[in-house]
Design a protein around this ligand. Structure first.
Ligand code: G3P
Length: 217
């Protein structure tokens, strides 16, 4: 399973990319708003840092297919690695079909069930983004959703890639990797959480002590 970083924070993107652990970035309107910067400017800056798929979403207030197509074309023109993120609505499917037929990569977002994922794939989506955390917020299984999509895509040889989104903890990462997600898009803080293990830290301290004791002798 690959990792994308789910942020528009440039410092965090630079740091995670320098670790070699992420190969793409996803954003959404809330993430962009948090940075308080111009959308196209920040997306362009991200493409200059990460050589991989960068998802930029159509405006949250654009709900018609024509508007999404127009914006999608404009955003895609910024860089060859741009992926157009589109909400999974009927209008979104129409936009996905047109943009995909023009060779523009698409990421259908806010997916909460298998039928939505299947329809997005039929419309030509490059990626589908099921939201694990948010579906668990309403007491449903995020992992069953990932597993169902992964199993059915495999049965029908569907090439659309599954991005586990709304990933909030290390257990989500463990479970969605086992359930068959192609990618997990994660917040930066989760990388730190995933790397923490008390025995790693204790081990480092013991090695340092033993090394220093031996050198001093
Ligand atoms: O990838 C989608 C993500 O940004 C949403 O996360 O925690 O707001 O559900 P969350």
């Amino acid at each position: 399973m690959k990792f994308f970083l789910d942020t528009a924070n440039i410092d965090n993107i630079k740091l995670a990319y320098s670790m070699g652990v992420i190969c793409g970035v996803t954003t959404n309107p809330s993430i962009i708003a948090k940075e308080g910067r111009d959308f196209k400017e920040v997306i362009s800056e991200i493409t200059s840092i990460v050589d991989g798929p960068i998802s930029g979403e159509v405006k949250a207030t654009t709900v018609d297919a024509e508007g999404m197509i127009k914006e999608g074309r404009e955003i895609a023109a910024l860089h060859k690695n741009i992926v157009i993120k589109i909400p999974t609505t009927i209008e979104g499917l129409k936009a996905c079909k047109v943009l995909s037929s023009e060779g523009i990569k698409t990421n259908m977002t806010l997916i909460f069930n298998l039928p939505q994922a299947l329809l997005a794939a039929r419309a030509g989506a490059t990626y589908v983004s099921p939201f694990i955390g948010r579906i668990e917020d309403i007491s449903m299984s995020g992992m069953q959703l990932i597993k169902d999509i992964a199993d059915v895509f495999k049965i029908h040889q569907i090439n659309t890639k599954i991005i586990s989104a709304s990933v909030r903890n290390a257990n989500h990462v463990i479970e969605c990797s086992k359930a068959g997600a192609d990618i997990a898009t994660i917040p930066f803080e989760l990388i730190e959480q995933m790397m923490k293990h008390p025995l790693t830290q204790q081990g480092i301290e013991k090695f340092q002590k033993d090394y220093l004791d031996a050198v001093i002798k």
